[in-house]
Design a protein around this ligand. Structure first.
Ligand code: FPP
Ligand code: MG
Ligand code: MG
Length: 377
């Protein structure tokens, strides 16, 4: 039967208490004897802490995997060390990675809370948020965006130089904490996630005119710059929980993160057109101003071919943005198609979750998936 969203546990409420110590310990984790760096870094973990989607997901995921039965923990004799997430041309997740590591045993719901495993998974949540914030600080320099989370961006508060160093510093701290997890597979996976973030930004920067028009390039870039972090973090959570690399549990987690991340980014791109800057806490219509076309415009350009040259030249000529916006708002289908695309990925994320056994945390993740595609900010 159909799930009623309101009957599922509230994801944020479920982990509220556990995320509470988060702000305190993260402040401590990012403090340095360089006041300017700690100020810039702390700034983003105190009043302006954002939605905390990622640590929430990781907390819930760690509970959800603790509810899974120990399973196929045999090692595969495969030397492949790179993740090989594969996408087919519909952008469906088609494969898991091949590396196989097992460190320790599976932790179950009974002994999860307060365990060493639980502590490490919570640490992973903090690491991921630090990486996320580092990437946002750098992103606002690259995008020349003056506001973030409803206030001034770090580079506006201080300077570009401080913003670059504050981002680097957070990243360095995150790496130290990552190493402290003492799990080489997780270090490897999360390092790959960092590589993906940068790759996504480069793809966006260097896209050829043809690529700018392709939905496939847009989705690939979105995977790298957004989905990869949560995707790899979800797999790492399962690994820290004692599940084997190639286990169905770890794969379901990764697949959930993959689609959740894409749904999140597509929704973010829709909001760039439909939401107000004051609600978003950051500039809107930013993508077009950066010369980027996201799902809504790409669908509009399919309907109105006269937009295609504008997309290819990154809206560089006078009047280009206006023309494209008018076409988008005139289109009866473009925005709906973009919403359907977000829904498609949300559904795949849900399908992946449903492969995990029922638990309160799993159900809260189902609800969170729904929140992501219906969010207004
Ligand atoms: C926000 O996208 C940006 C990202 C998701 C990734 C940014 C990554 C880098 C700058 C690479 C460097 C990485 C690290 C770890 C230092 P957006 O600009 O589309 O979203 P916005 O509307 O929130 O600005
Ligand atoms: Mg950007
Ligand atoms: Mg940006």
């Amino acid at each position: 039967g159909k799930l009623k969203i309101e009957t599922l546990p509230d994801p944020f409420q479920l982990v509220e208490k556990e995320l509470q110590p988060f702000s305190d310990s993260i402040k401590e984790l990012v403090s340095t004897d360089q006041p300017i760096l700690s100020m810039a870094a702390k700034h983003f973990f105190e009043k302006r802490h954002g939605k905390r989607f990622r640590p929430t997901i990781i907390q819930l995921m760690s509970k959800a995997v603790a509810a899974c039965n120990p399973e196929s923990m045999t090692k595969k004799d495969d030397g492949e060390e790179k993740s090989n997430i594969v996408m087919d041309d519909k952008w469906e997740y088609t494969g898991a990675s091949k590396v196989d590591y097992m460190e320790g045993g599976v932790v179950t719901s009974k002994n999860h809370k307060g365990s060493e495993v639980w502590r490490k998974q919570a640490q992973l949540g903090q690491i991921v948020e630090m990486i996320h914030v580092a990437s946002l600080i750098h992103d606002d320099v690259l995008d020349e965006a003056d506001t973030r989370r409803g206030g001034e961006a770090v580079h506006k508060l201080y300077s570009n130089k401080v913003a670059v160093l504050a981002g680097d510093y957070l990243l360095a701290r995150a790496s130290v904490l990552l190493a402290r997890l003492e799990n080489t597979a997780v270090v490897q996976i999360m390092a790959t996630a960092l590589e993906s973030l940068v790759a996504g930004e480069i793809m966006q920067l260097k896209a050829s005119p043809e690529e700018l028009l392709q939905m496939e390039s847009y989705l690939r870039k979105s995977y790298y710059k957004t989905a990869s972090l949560i995707c790899y973090a979800c797999r790492s959570t399962a690994l820290l929980g004692g599940h084997a690399y190639g286990s169905t549990v770890a794969t379901a987690c990764e697949e959930f993160g993959f689609h959740m991340g894409l749904a999140f980014q597509i929704q973010d791109d829709i909001l760039d057109f439909t939401a107000a800057a004051d609600i978003m806490g950051k500039p809107t219509l930013a993508d077009m101003n950066l010369g980027l076309s996201t799902a809504p415009i790409l669908y509009a350009a399919q309907e109105f071919p006269h937009l295609q040259p504008l997309v290819k030249r990154r809206f560089k000529q006078k009047g280009d943005k206006q023309t494209a916006l008018e076409a988008l708002y005139k289109s009866k289908t473009a925005m709906d198609k973009a919403r359907h695309l977000a829904q498609f990925h949300a559904q795949r994320a849900v399908d992946a979750l449903l492969r995990l056994p029922q638990s309160e945390a799993r159900d809260a993740l189902l609800r969170l998936t729904y929140v992501v595609i219906t969010r207004k900010k």
